[in-house]
Design a protein around this ligand. Structure first.
Ligand code: CDP
Ligand code: MG
Length: 722
């Protein structure tokens, strides 16, 4: 625990009583804040829809009033109704003994760094301690999380500890989803959401405490936030200036940085516990994990097992094999309850991870690094660590062009220690590492921060809106020059920056939408072309966290037959539109079960559709607030729709070559149309696409055919294409 005082003397503290609440006059609404793009998991929150209108923050500049949402019967925010067993649990957490020290240090310092092991109670308890001690004054406490799923599940937990429903005293705000009310004092938010909130409120004046959690993860948005908090704190905590205006009216800001520890001792203890069999190099980590699991299951006393794997595909494949073998076990061996846990897991399947293991069973959790520090799963006795994870990484291609991709790579030493630490929180535990001591030593100590390895387009646009620049901001690690150059180029091509790198009015308009800049550009274009209704629908589906079409190996022909019904000649974007139109018709007349049935028959992913409908509703709200007519429709005329999409997908365009291949207009890669596309094997003069997939070749996915002239008429291309 480390207090860092910015000023030589402690600043005059803001009294927690009697000060009028800082009235907030937001320029924009932030109900739809940006979250991490690669982690769009929505956590189980059956309460959420009943209790928290997603538009709650529309009223955030109105006087505080009783929240519209009401706590479930028998529960209220009064402390008398707090669940006694939860209160007992709170007092048993390791952090409880340090409560007073933590509160005091935070009280006396502007910035506090708090390091504690995962599960010690940092994330759930510190905000409650600060609130109870009056340190939030009349403002809010924000707790940032790199992942959406962590923000929503933590809010649920802390709300339960406070005896209220989510969205009342304790809420959350993540991209496309918010549960909060004027009553909210503790808010779990994604780091990206808070960065986005800066656009409308550069001094984050609604908050009196900002807790930057999981700081060790060094996500791009955490880094951006930390860089900005320094400036904000300077402005807000400065002594009243001679003119007595400006920041003087604001309450001071407390910053708490929290992180999980790297405890060498603990690591070696767990490491020595690893059995010899785990020290043999296992190139096929999924197979090795399978065998290690059954060794544990048949030889070791009861206790749940947590297996760390790099991604969803590995999890699904291991799940199948464990199930297969588990079905053949002798009757005297306990049953296996398999629980997968990854970012895109449907909410309905998450609850069993946290619920107690049925007696006579062994729970086996197959997780990505989501279970490393963000989420604490109780009752784990054995950890199997494959030593692999997936990492988002920017791959530079030609000068100034590149893309982010997910690569499987070795974990860091710090992750290895965290993974081992997930075992035996309630007694002795074991970690089985499927790699050698030598490979451990070769692992990097910590991961490279995201800012050094991901595209910066979206962040650069946000910074430009704040009047800042990537090159000038005081970062812990400076971003790479080539990545900055590529972001600048993309924003220039989209018209968000002019040729002197200055923000254009168009760029500012784009930044108002919680979308990747290319999609935001298409949306803005649609407002000029009178097809906002259609473009909104298409980009909502593209922004959903899962694919629309179910990929089935078993019923490929049937799936293709079903898909044909929706096919549009121009390709995948208008096919998506046809699917949504059909879905809306079904949804209007059918029950929930009927809808699900229809989706199954049509080989459509209902989760994607319902998520897209939710995203679309949020985007419509943003449009309405910007005086954009989201109902403007082009009907069955695809011309304006495709033209609007071209504006956003300027970098994702390719022309047919004489030899039948497609060559990118920007850059010179040869791309093929992905087999999943409705245009697979077709030869059309020009294509636009949503993304490139790099497997054996470079594939364009989400493809539409457009006349070359649509591309040629984009102003920025006129010199190039002619
Ligand atoms: O942040 P830190 O890792 O230090 O711990 P935390 O997230 O505050 O979790 C403290 C304890 O709360 C965990 O050990 C869990 O037992 C419990 N918890 C829970 O039961 N359900 C949650 N959704 C979150 C935490
Ligand atoms: Mg935590």
């Amino acid at each position: 625990l480390k207090g860092i005082s910015n000023a030589p003397q402690p600043h005059r503290r803001h009294s927690s009583h009697g000060t009028p609440r800082q009235k907030r006059t937001p320029k924009r609404d932030h109900a739809w804040m940006d979250g991490s793009d690669d982690d769009d998991l929505e956590v189980k929150r059956s309460k959420k829809h009943a209790s928290t209108p997603s538009k709650s923050s529309h009223n955030s500049d109105q006087p505080r009033k009783k929240p519209r949402l009401s706590a479930p019967a028998g529960k209220s925010s009064a402390s008398s109704s707090k669940d006694p067993s939860l209160q007992k649990q709170r007092k048993e957490l390791p952090i409880y003994t340090g409560k007073d020290a933590i509160v005091n240090i935070i009280r006396e310092n502007d910035v506090t760094v708090l390091i504690g092991e995962t599960g010690s109670g940092k994330t759930t308890q510190v905000p409650q301690y600060l609130l109870e001690a009056g340190l939030a004054g009349s403002g809010m406490i924000a707790v940032t999380q790199p992942r959406k799923v962590a923000a929503t599940s933590l809010a649920a937990r802390v709300a339960a500890e406070q005896g209220t429903s989510v969205g009342a005293l304790v809420g959350y705000s993540v991209r496309f989803d918010e549960a909060s009310s004027p009553e909210t004092r503790i808010k779990y938010v994604t780091d990206g959401m808070l960065v986005r909130e800066l656009l409308g409120d550069p001094l984050l004046s609604r908050y009196s405490v900002i807790i930057v959690d999981e700081a060790h993860e060094r996500t791009l948005r955490t880094d951006l936030l930390i860089a900005n908090l320094k400036t904000i704190q300077k402005a807000r905590n400065a002594p009243t200036d001679a003119k007595g205006k400006g920041a003087a009216k604001l309450t001071p800001l407390k910053v708490v940085i929290m992180s999980a520890t790297l405890e060498a001792e603990k690591f070696s203890k767990f490491y020595n516990n690893a059995p010899d069999s785990a020290k043999i190099v296992q190139p096929d980590y999924v197979d090795a994990a399978l065998r290690t699991f059954f060794q544990i299951h048949t030889d070791r006393p009861q206790g749940d097992v947590l297996i760390f794997l790099p991604g969803q595909e590995d999890i699904e494949s291991l799940e199948k094999s464990i199930q297969l073998y588990a079905n053949q076990l002798p009757v005297d061996v306990p049953g296996v309850l398999i629980c997968p846990m990854y970012a895109a897991l449907p909410p309905s399947q998450q609850s069993k991870i946290f619920s107690p293991t049925p007696s006579g069973m062994r729970k086996c959790i197959l997780a990505t690094n989501i279970a490393e520090t963000s989420i604490t799963i109780p009752g784990i006795k054995y950890v199997i660590d494959t030593g692999k994870c997936k990492e988002k990484r920017y791959v530079a291609r030609h000068a100034g062009s590149g893309y982010d991709t997910l690569l499987t790579r070795d974990i860091t030493q710090s992750s290895a220690v965290q993974r081992a630490g997930r075992a035996g929180r309630e007694g002795s535990g074991y970690c089985f590492r499927l790699y050698t001591e030598e490979s451990f030593r070769k692992m990097p100590i910590t991961a490279e921060p995201e800012i050094r390895r991901c595209t910066l387009t979206s962040s650069l646009l946000q910074l430009k809106c704040l009047g800042q620049d990537l090159e000038e901001l005081d970062f812990m690690d400076k971003p790479d020059e080539s990545t900055v150059a590529s972001a600048l180029k993309t924003l220039f091509l989209l018209g968000a920056l002019d040729n002197r790198k200055a923000l254009t009015p168009l760029g500012r308009q784009m930044a108002a939408f919680p979308l990747e800049p290319p999609l935001a550009r298409a949306l803005v274009a649609s407002t000029e072309m009178g097809c906002t209704a259609e473009v909104l629908t298409i980009i909502s589906v593209l922004s959903a966290s899962s694919h629309l079409f179910v990929d089935t190996h078993d019923a490929r022909d049937a799936a293709a037959d079903a898909r044909r019904k929706f096919r549009h000649l121009s390709g995948d974007h208008l096919t998506v539109l046809n699917v949504v139109r059909a879905y809306e018709e079904v949804a209007a007349s059918e029950s929930k079960a009927g809808r699900r049935d229809w989706c199954r028959k049509m080989f459509l992913n209902e989760r994607c559709l319902s998520e897209a409908m939710n995203i679309r509703a949020q985007l419509r709200d943003v449009c309405a607030r910007m005086d954009v007519d989201w109902k403007a429709s082009a009907g069955d005329n695809e011309v304006p729709i495709l033209k609007a999409l071209v504006r956003g997908l300027v970098e994702n365009t390719a022309f047919l070559q004489a030899d039948g291949s497609y060559k990118q207009v920007m850059g010179s890669s040869i791309v093929k149309i992905h087999p999943s596309s409705s245009l697979a094997d077709k030869k059309v003069p020009a294509i636009i696409f949503d993304e490139l997939v790099y497997t054996t070749s470079v594939y364009a996915r989400g493809v539409s055919a457009v006349p070359r002239s649509y591309i040629a008429e984009v102003p920025v291309f006129q010199a190039r294409v002619g």
